[in-house]
Design a protein around this ligand. Structure first.
Ligand SMILES: [Mg+2]
Length: 336
């Protein structure tokens, strides 16, 4: 049963199923998030030197790490994204109250890991009933960014202001900070550009191919740097990235633009150590959308926690179905 379920899923991915390109890339993004999280978690808080001493190069989903994970187990990055995705599918849109409730339920279920800013934000919501935490210059951690994928999918095709507002609604439950907002919105835009790729979106010309899609992602990263120079990623190699959003994204951008496939990008970023589950998760969602699900190493997808893999597949498709892009594609009902 297990094997046949997995085989069906992998066959779907390999053949493209009945789905179109955007749907397959959305699945790639969700599975990329989860495998990046699971791969990175093993070496979270280690330095590159410590990783080399122990693994030479860390390249498989083996679990362990400071959280003592099972093989293929994911952490808060993936489970918070799934909680947010569930709230969006139930509410029919990105809603701050629904997101705060979903995060509160998620915390009650005793997640394997939880960041300090996330814990504080959820605790404050429980006390006040207000889903927007006060603006705080110190809340520039990567916690809002790591869980942003459902917003990228459900707002695909929305106007830019709508995308930004949807992101603030989910982000500000725990992280109300302009640097976090700017970085997270850029990641959402990068995922969306990668999803639309050559699918005739108008964002990237069909003739541009994957190389063109990546050039657009680089342009988005460079626009972020122009607006917020703290994200400049062309200086020193970012090793041991912290949970500060700028550190995290500098590592992600360096690995993404220095490699040309999903596996190399993921291995490059997690072997930098530091907040490796989150650099893995964020790079995984972007690279999964860019390269598509067939580019994810089968040995990683196969080992991923089965229930998580299933929910990633379901949410990717359901969220996309709710997006303005897909809603616009629904043919008008014909009268009999
Ligand atoms: Mg984590």
């Amino acid at each position: 049963m297990l094997v046949s379920g997995l085989r069906t899923e992998l066959l779907f991915l390999a053949e493209g199923g009945n789905g179109d390109l955007v749907r397959r890339r959305a699945i790639g993004a969700y599975l990329g998030l989860a495998v990046g999280d699971a791969l990175g978690a093993t070496v979270e808080f280690m330095t590159p030197r410590e990783i080399r001493a122990e693994y030479r190069e860390h390249r498989d989903l083996i679990g362990g790490g400071w959280l003592h994970l099972r093989r293929g187990q994911v952490t808060d990055d993936t489970t918070m994204a799934l909680a947010l995705g569930r709230s969006i599918l139930t509410a029919g849109r990105v809603d701050a109250h629904a997101a705060a409730e979903a995060f509160s339920d998620w915390m009650r279920a005793k997640p394997v890991d939880i960041g300090n800013t996330v814990r504080r934000g959820i605790a404050a919501y429980r006390l006040s009933g207000q889903p927007e935490s006060p603006q705080n210059e110190f809340d520039a951690g990567n916690g809002a960014c790591m869980r942003c994928l459902p917003v990228a999918l459900v707002t695909l095709g929305a106007d830019p202001d709508g995308v930004a507002a949807a992101n603030r609604a989910q982000a500000h439950v725990t992280h109300n900070n302009p640097v976090s907002d700017a970085g997270t919105l850029t990641v959402i835009r990068m995922v969306q550009a990668a999803l639309l790729g050559t699918a005739g979106s108008g964002i990237i010309p069909a003739s541009a191919g994957r190389h063109g899609a990546k050039a657009v992602l680089k342009q988005l990263a460079d626009e972020l740097v122009a607006a917020e120079p703290v994200f400049a990623y062309d200086r020193k190699r970012m090793e041991n990235p912290s949970a500060y959003i700028a550190d995290t994204l500098r590592a992600v951008f360096q690995s993404l633009f220095a490699t040309d496939n999903f596996e190399h990008a993921l291995i490059d970023v997690v072997n930098r150590g530091g907040d490796a589950d989150t650099t893995g998760a964020i790079l995984g969602m972007i690279a999964g959308a860019l390269y598509g699900p067939a580019a994810l190493p089968a040995r990683w997808v196969r080992r991923l926690d089965q229930a998580i893999r299933r929910e990633c597949l379901e949410q990717a498709q359901a969220l996309l179905q709710h997006s303005p892009l897909c809603q616009a594609r629904v043919p008008p009902e014909t009268s009999a």
